[in-house]
Design a binder for this molecule. Structure first.
Ligand SMILES: Nc1ncnc2c1ncn2[C@@H]1O[C@H](COP(=O)(O)OP(=O)(O)OP(=O)(O)O)[C@@H](O)[C@H]1O
Ligand SMILES: [Mg+2]
Length: 244
């Protein structure tokens, strides 16, 4: 069996009386493209935030490569090898594409400026950034920005990458490109956890999926098993699970 690179043990996050995440046990295996799905408000973002250190969990544990990282602050989680891209792209608009990616290398991997620059140029090529590396971020389109975001996250040298809603705002053609890129990143040795509403992307690219509903884990299995599960169909009723 593959190594469990990430493991949440009975992880909970309560906001007052609201159980946003409730005793969730999921594990991501090395080499997975793991999908985290569920209806609006199911707790997907909160679960990610508890793993990445944005919030301390209320209870439970986060184990990363055998080490208990529960409650670590985001920069420390990043130094251990977990990084993320955000749904709302957070590039520095006045910096160039190259400089944005260099930020990941300098702050995420503590590279010198020279090393970060060399790494950033390589990564921009790897993500097939189609434009001039010196182009300002505020002149780029959505797909180009997503490529820059991914290169920036990879520049930290992460081994586990969270992708939040990467498909948002993309055309069908760009979707094909992003799926190819996600696979290429995985093949380069980075395990991937995707939070995504677009079922087409999840079903096509993920080898394992966890479904959250009202903070609880409904099921964790292969796409084939998950799509046939009665509880999942019920949770998504009226939410277009089959059609989108
Ligand atoms: N900081 C917070 N304070 C209070 N309640 C919160 C906070 N963050 C999230 N919640 C609540 O926790 C629940 C889970 O929210 P979360 O954002 O994790 O869901 P989600 O699955 O990411 O939803 P979506 O698909 O809409 O992004 C929701 O009821 C939400 O209103
Ligand atoms: Mg969310």
């Amino acid at each position: 069996m593959a190594e469990k690179i990430l493991w949440t043990k009975s992880l909970s996050k309560h906001f007052g009386g609201l159980k946003a995440v409730d005793k969730v046990n999921i594990y991501v295996e090395k080499g997975d493209i793991f999908g985290l799905i569920g209806p609006n408000g199911a707790g997907k973002t909160t679960l990610q935030n508890c793993i990445a250190g944005t919030y301390p969990p209320t209870s439970g544990q986060v184990i990363y490569r055998g080490k208990d990282i529960t409650g670590f602050k985001p920069h420390r989680v990043c130094r251990h090898g977990i990084n993320r891209t955000y749904q709302i792209v957070r590039s520095f608009p006045r910096l160039s594409a190259l400089q944005n990616v260099m930020v990941g290398g300098v702050f995420g991997a503590r590279l010198s400026e020279k090393e970060a620059r060399a790494k950033a140029l390589k990564l921009l090529e790897f993500v097939e950034f189609p434009s001039d590396p010196e182009a300002k971020a505020n002149s780029l389109n959505t797909m180009q920005l997503k490529r820059v975001e991914m290169a920036k996250a990879l520049a930290s040298g992460c081994k586990l990458l969270f992708l939040d809603e990467v498909a948002a705002g993309l055309t069908p053609g760009e979707l094909v490109d992003i799926i190819a890129l996600i696979r290429r990143i995985r093949d380069s040795g980075v395990t991937i956890l995707i939070v995504e509403h677009l079922m087409k992307l999840i079903m096509e690219v993920c080898n394992r999926i966890a479904v959250l509903c009202f903070g609880e884990l409904l099921i964790m299995d292969t796409p084939e098993v998950v799509t046939r599960d009665e509880r999942v169909l019920k949770a998504y009723l009226g939410d277009g699970f089959q059609s989108t």
